[in-house]
Design a protein around this ligand. Structure first.
Ligand SMILES: Nc1ncnc2c1ncn2[C@@H]1O[C@H](COP(=O)(O)OP(=O)(O)O)[C@@H](O)[C@H]1O
Ligand SMILES: [Mg+2]
Length: 377
């Protein structure tokens, strides 16, 4: 097995993590100065990786901190949220620590059910809570436990916008009312659904209004990323040609996950020198392997949405989705159809809407899918 330095999930230490120096510093400053941070970017830009990197750095400069990370994207109720937070506490505070002991004696009363997730190797917790009152009390007790920990705590909640989809309507207010009195715990609220995150934290009528500073995570700097990729090949006694590297960054649009995935595949390819031809061949393989998934998607998407998606892919990026030239070229029907379709594609996270000061543009969210759609078939 070759040890591939291009990671495609999680975090594997600073040597394999590219840049994010400013963002890391800001998050470290916020955590230590008592400020909560909202971290927002499209999916797969590197938010979760950044959090793990920040926690890794924090351990070095302030080892007294306890760092807790939980991804709540798979939860669908307050109960699921409590399970996720409990699991994070469980993994941060082993049973023999003071807080671990307190946590376990608290849990005992709630008839917890433990299960090892075979895929991730993480311990999962399920609490059998029946009434709303009991759930609210448990939330308060869990947070109190952290607030009363002897050392400071950093708690990152990933895909935080998920709480707005819970059937219990008051979770946002409930959480906010608890959190605003906490001093020992600093929060990082992370999310990829920009519109939901922004309205949660910037709408004066919402509980979390003006409670934290917001960090919008952008793509990695192209030159810095290029140097990083070159270094990782160099360190293995291999090289990548300039034109090949340019193509890699261009083809993956510098979208972290896709760039990592392509570099991972290039590394596995084994060529001592990565040339443009090697890159072309590996890109072709990637698209071929994904073909079946994409064909399945075509089966389930309405025709107009499929056509719109293909149109956006072939144009690369589209500013005016309702322009008549665009609509007739891709046989979308009418401007109203295009608007409805793009909205639906956005909700399904198949299309990504970019906002800048004076314009809006749409891209296919999944970079590989975008290239696959560009081809004739
Ligand atoms: N700065 C970085 N350098 C190298 N790889 C990264 C970096 N940030 C993220 N990654 C990798 O890119 C992929 C997507 O990152 P992730 O953190 O999961 O994105 P997000 O949480 O925004 O959806 C993961 O495989 C991750 O390991
Ligand atoms: Mg993530």
């Amino acid at each position: 097995m070759i040890n591939n330095p291009f990671i495609t999930k999680g975090y594997a230490g600073e040597a394999l993590f590219c840049d994010r120096e400013k963002e890391t510093q800001l998050l470290l400053d916020n955590l230590q100065s008592g400020m909560d941070t909202v971290l927002i970017s499209p999916r797969r830009y590197g938010k979760s990786g950044l959090i793990l990197h920040v926690f890794d750095q924090l351990k070095k400069i302030a080892p007294e901190y306890h760092t807790l990370y939980t991804d709540i994207s798979a939860t669908s109720s307050l109960n699921g949220f409590l399970d996720a937070v409990s699991a994070a506490i469980l993994s941060a505070f082993p049973q023999k620590t003071t807080l671990g002991k307190r946590f376990f004696s608290f849990l005992k009363g709630l008839r917890p059910f433990f299960r090892l997730n075979e895929k991730t190797g993480a311990m999962e917790v399920h609490l059998e809570l029946v009434s709303q009152i009991q759930k609210e009390a448990t939330l308060k007790q869990l947070l109190d436990l952290l607030e009363n920990a002897p050392e400071p705590v950093a708690l990152a909640i990933d895909e935080f916008q998920t709480i707005t989809e819970y059937p219990e309507k008051n979770v946002e207010a409930l959480l906010r009312s608890q959190i605003q009195h906490m001093h020992n715990v600093r929060f990082i609220f992370c999310g990829s659904k920009r519109r939901m995150m922004v309205s949660m934290f910037n709408d004066a009528a919402r509980p979390f209004y003006a409670s934290s500073t917001t960090l919008h995570l952008h793509k990695l700097d192209r030159d810095v990323y290029g140097q990083f990729i070159r270094r990782l090949f160099d360190e293995e006694g291999r090289s990548i040609r300039d034109d090949a590297l340019e193509y890699v960054l261009e083809w993956t649009r510098c979208h972290t996950y896709y760039t990592q995935l392509l570099c991972h595949a290039l590394f596995n390819n084994g060529a001592r020198e990565i040339t443009l031809d090697v890159v072309y061949a590996v890109c072709r393989d990637i698209l071929e392997n994904l073909s079946e998934n994409y064909l399945l998607l075509r089966e389930i998407l309405p025709t107009q949405q499929w056509r719109l998606l293909t149109g956006i892919a072939r144009e690369g990026s589209v500013k005016q989705i309702t322009a008549s030239a665009f609509i007739s070229k891709y046989k979308i029907g009418s401007a109203a159809t295009a608007l409805r379709a793009v909205q639906s594609l956005e909700e399904k996270e198949l299309v990504l809407k970019h906002l800048s000061v004076d314009e809006v543009s749409y891209e296919v969210y999944d970079v590989f899918f975008s290239h696959w759609l560009e081809r004739d078939f």
